[in-house]
Design a protein around this ligand. Structure first.
Ligand code: NAP
Length: 526
C-alpha cells in the first residue's frame, strides 16, 4: 500500500501545507520514502470544526453503537496485515514479534471498551427518588450520570506506536466515552500512524459515525500540537511522552480562556525495594528478573525499573555480583529515535557527574544507528537525598542500585521520593509485615504497588491504574490504561425533576438498559 503522507480530516485526505518531513529507520539511519506534509492551521481548524459538529451527534450514540464502532476499528486494524507490522518495525526499530503483540493489545483494548459499553453500568447512574413528604423539606427527584466532555486531542507516544498511539488507549477511551478525537501523530512513526488512522476512517464510515468523529494531523508538536491544545473546540488532552512535552501542553491548556484537563503520563523511575530476607533466599533469581525487567524493550517502557533499593548490599555480595553479571550479559539495542538515544546518553553522563555515583556493570554494545548499551549504577541513599536528579528517569536500559545503611535510611529515602507510576517490594511474608510502614509510605507516592513481581507488563483490564502523583502524571486521579481511563473524558451531570421521557435511557425508572445503578444508596438493577 502506497502511503499518502497527508492529513486525515474527517473522511478526506488533505495536504495544504508546504513543509514536509520523512521518518528515519532507527536501525539504519535511512530516511523512509514518504514525505509527510505538516498540517496547516486551516487544516487544524477544519478538523476541529468537524469534531465540534460530530460531537453533537456522536455524544448521543448508544453504548451498542459505539461498541460496534470500536470493534470495527479493531477489525480494520487487523485487516492492515503485514504492511502495518513492516512499517512499524522500520519506523521504530522494534522487532516484528513486539509489534504483532502490540497490535493484539491494541485491538484487545478496543474490544474491552466495547464490552464495557455493551454492559453499560460504567456511566455511574445514581438515582435519588423524590420524597415529597420529607420533613422539614421535601426532596425532589435527582438523577446523575457521566456524560462525554467533548472533542479530545491525543498525542501519540513514540514508545508504543500502536497501543499508545493513533488507536491506542487514549483514543479508545475517548471514543468509548462519546468524544470525537483529533490525533497529533508522533513524528517518529507517521507511516504507522497513517495506516492505523486510515483503518479508523474506514471503520467510522462503515459504522455510520458522523464525519469528524476522528481526524489525524502531522506536524511539529510546538506548532500544530500547541494549536490543537489551544483550540476552543478541544475539551481535554491525552499525552504520553517526556516531562518537558507534557508540562508544555499542561501550561498551554491551563492558560486558555477555558482551561481544560491534560492527562499527561510523563515518566517514572519505578523503584524496586528488595528486603534483606528475600535477598538471602532468592537473590540470584531476583537479580536475573530485575536485569530482564530493566532491559526489556531497550528500557523504553514507562514501567522499566530505574532504581533498586536495598539495605546494606555489602552484606549480600552474591546478590550484587549476580546483578552485575546479568547486566554484563544483557544486550542493549536500537532506541526509537536518535533524539531518545541522545537523551539516554546525556542522562547516563549526567548521573556520572555526581561523585557518589559509580558504574557497577555495563551491558553488551549493539549495532545500529541509534543503538545503546545497558548501564547499572551504584550509589548511596544519602546521595539520592542530596541530589534529586539521581532519582529521575533515564529513559532506556539504565538503573541505579541504591544502598541504604539500614531500615531507617531506607524509609527516609522512600519518604523523599517524588511521584512514580509504580513501586515494588520484594520480601518474604514475615518481613513484608515488618515493613508495612514502607508499603504505606509508597502507597502515597505511586499509582500501582507490586509485591514480589516486576512493574513491566501492564495488564489492560478493569482494575489497572496506570498513572501516579506528579511528576509521573499531570493528574494522579486517573489511569491511561484499562477501562477506568474512560472517566478522564466524562463529566457528571445531574437531572433534577426531569419528566421520564426526557431522561437518558440509563436513568429511566424502568431501567431499560438493565444496568447497575445506585438507587437511593443501594446498588441494584431493579
Ligand atoms: P516527546 O518529545 O514528549 O514527544 C511526544 C509528543 O509530544 C510528540 O508528538 C511531540 O511532537 C509532542 N511535543 C513534545 N514537546 C512538545 C511541546 N513543547 N509542545 C507541543 N507538543 C510537544 O516524547 P518522545 O519524542 O516520545 O520522547 C522523548 C523523551 O520522552 C524520551 O527520551 C523519554 O525521556 C520520554 N518518554 C517518556 C515516555 C513515557 O512512557 N512516559 C514515553 C516516551 C518517551 P513532535 O512530533 O514535534 O516531537
Amino acid at each position: 500500500m502506497q502511503l499518502q503522507g497527508k492529513q486525515l480530516i474527517g473522511s478526506s485526505l488533505s495536504a495544504e501545507g508546504k513543509e514536509s518531513f520523512q521518518s528515519l529507520n532507527p536501525a539504519t539511519g535511512e530516511k523512509m520514502p514518504t514525505q509527510f506534509i505538516h498540517a496547516t492551521k486551516d487544516e487544524l481548524e477544519k478538523a476541529c470544526e468537524l469534531a465540534r459538529k460530530a460531537f453533537a451527534v456522536y455524544r448521543k450514540k448508544s453504548g451498542a453503537e459505539k461498541a460496534a464502532f470500536l470493534e470495527k476499528i479493531a477489525e480494520e486494524i487487523e485487516n492492515t496485515g503485514d504492511v502495518l507490522v513492516q512499517t512499524a518495525c522500520a519506523e521504530t526499530g522494534l522487532p516484528a514479534g513486539r509489534i504483532q503483540g502490540e497490535r493484539g493489545r491494541t485491538t484487545g483494548q478496543l474490544r474491552l471498551f466495547a464490552q464495557l459499553l455493551r454492559e453499560g453500568s460504567w456511566v455511574n447512574a445514581r438515582i435519588e427518588t423524590a420524597l415529597p413528604d420529607r420533613q422539614p423539606l421535601p426532596r425532589t427527584d435527582i438523577r446523575m450520570m457521566d456524560r462525554p466532555l467533548g472533542p479530545v486531542g491525543v498525542f501519540g507516544a513514540s514508545n508504543f506506536p500502536l497501543a499508545f498511539s493513533v488507536a491506542g488507549g487514549d483514543t479508545a477511551s475517548a471514543l468509548a466515552a462519546g468524544c470525537p478525537v483529533i490525533v497529533k501523530a508522533h513524528s517518529a512513526h507517521p507511516g504507522t500512524s497513517e495506516l492505523v488512522g486510515t483503518a479508523i476512517q474506514k471503520a467510522a464510515a462503515s459504522s455510520g459515525m458522523p464525519e469528524g468523529v476522528f481526524s489525524m494531523l502531522h506536524g511539529s508538536g510546538s506548532v500544530i500540537g500547541a494549536a490543537l491544545v489551544q483550540h476552543p473546540a478541544i475539551k481535554a488532552i491525552g499525552f504520553t511522552g517526556s516531562y518537558q512535552g507534557g508540562m508544555a501542553l499542561f501550561h498551554l491548556a491551563a492558560n486558555r480562556r477555558e482551561p481544560i484537563p491534560v492527562y499527561a503520563e510523563m515518566g517514572s523511575t519505578n523503584p524496586v525495594f528488595i528486603l534483606p530476607g528475600i535477598m538471602k533466599e532468592k537473590g540470584n533469581e531476583i537479580a536475573q528478573q530485575f536485569a530482564a525487567s530493566v532491559t526489556l524493550g531497550v528500557g523504553q517502557f514507562c514501567t522499566n525499573p530505574g532504581m533498586l533499593v536495598a539495605e546494606n548490599t555489602d552484606s549480600y555480595p552474591d546478590f550484587v555480583s549476580s546483578l552485575e553479571s546479568n547486566f554484563r550479559n544483557a544486550s542493549g539495542g536500537v532506541m526509537l529515535t536518535k533524539g531518545i538515544q541522545s537523551a539516554y546518553q546525556k542522562g547516563v553522563a549526567h548521573h556520572l557527574e555526581d561523585t557518589e555515583v559509580s558504574i557497577l556493570a555495563e551491558g553488551k554494545a549493539s549495532e545500529g544507528f541509534s543503538a545503546v548499551k545497558p548501564v547499572l549504577f551504584h550509589t548511596k541513599a544519602q546521595a539520592i537525598a542530596d541530589n534529586a536528579a539521581l532519582s529521575e528517569e533515564i529513559f532506556g536500559p539504565a538503573s541505579v542500585v541504591v544502598e541504604a545503611e539500614n531500615k531507617a535510611a531506607l524509609l527516609h529515602m522512600a519518604a523523599q521520593l517524588e511521584g512514580h507510576l509504580t513501586a515494588t517490594v520484594h520480601g518474604n511474608p514475615d518481613e513484608l509485615e515488618a515493613y508495612a510502614d514502607l508499603i504505606e509510605l509508597l502507597e502515597q507516592k505511586v499509582g500501582r504497588l507490586i509485591i514480589n513481581g516486576f512493574p513491566t507488563g501492564v495488564e489492560v483490564c478493569h482494575a489497572m491504574m496506570h498513572g501516579g502523583p506528579f511528576p509521573a502524571s499531570s493528574d494522579s486521579r486517573s489511569t491511561s490504561v484499562g477501562t477506568a481511563a474512560i472517566y478522564r473524558f466524562t463529566r457528571p451531570v445531574s437531572y433534577q425533576n426531569f419528566p421520564e421521557p426526557l431522561l437518558p435511557d440509563e436513568l429511566k425508572t424502568a431501567n431499560p438498559l438493565n444496568i447497575w445503578r445506585l438507587l437511593n444508596g443501594e446498588f441494584q438493577k431493579a
